[in-house]
Design a protein around this ligand. Structure first.
Ligand SMILES: [Zn+2]
Length: 210
């Protein structure tokens, strides 16, 4: 059997077992989804949102990219954000990074890696904003881990700068935004930052005509 064929076999077993456990499982999901959470995570194969949070199909709306970035010109991320906030009305947005993130590591080197340089440059900006703190850490792994935390925090802030989130905060006092970091070594998620709906952000970024 070719390796990808195993996936199709697994899928058949999964579908069968899901129905055995809950005969209405697919019937309930086929026409509608009402997820409470939007997850913005890293594409890293070791950080699967459903498995690590014990959630089922229908529970999390998911966007993943390298290093869980919220880049304000990223039409893909913005579309996911708008749809999940305005149509699905998610109550929580979770930005989940992970220790040992290759994207953050790469952004802290001076190697050019091709087109991904342009993406990673957004992480270099996070380094620049926090230069004093990050550069004072001598241990290389600790330095990267701290950058991973600061990057998550920055992406939470970036979400709050969007008109999509600000409008939702004003109209429905939701969603709350959470910054988490997952540990590859122990499987545990560490909450590191939170912005409750309606939090006042830097006035430079606040729209007053939404
Ligand atoms: Zn990563």
């Amino acid at each position: 059997m070719k390796s990808y064929e195993k996936l199709l076999e697994n899928n058949k077993s999964w579908a069968r077992e899901s129905i055995e456990k809950d005969p209405e499982f697919f019937n309930r999901l086929k026409n509608t989804q009402t997820p409470e959470y939007l997850w913005i995570g890293c594409s890293d194969s070791r950080v699967p949102p459903d498995s690590i949070t014990g959630t089922l199909p229908g529970e999390i709306f998911i966007h993943r990219n390298i290093a869980n970035m919220v880049v304000n010109t990223d039409l893909n991320m913005l579309s996911v954000l708008q749809y999940s906030v305005e149509v699905l009305k998610v109550k929580h947005i979770i930005v989940c990074g992970h220790y040992g993130c290759g994207g953050v590591k790469a952004a802290m080197t001076n190697s050019s890696l091709g087109i991904i340089d342009k993406w990673l440059r957004n992480i270099k900006d996070v380094h620049r904003f926090n230069r004093e703190e990050v550069d004072a850490i001598e241990n290389e792994d600790e330095k990267i881990d701290r950058m991973i935390e600061l990057n998550v925090k920055e992406q939470v802030m970036n979400l709050s700068k969007t008109s999509i989130v600000q409008r939702a905060w004003k109209n429905s006092n939701a969603p709350d935004i959470h910054g988490w970091v997952y540990g590859l070594n122990n499987g545990l998620i560490k909450p590191i930052f939170e912005l409750k709906a309606g939090t006042h952000i830097d006035p430079l970024y606040e729209y007053d005509n939404l």
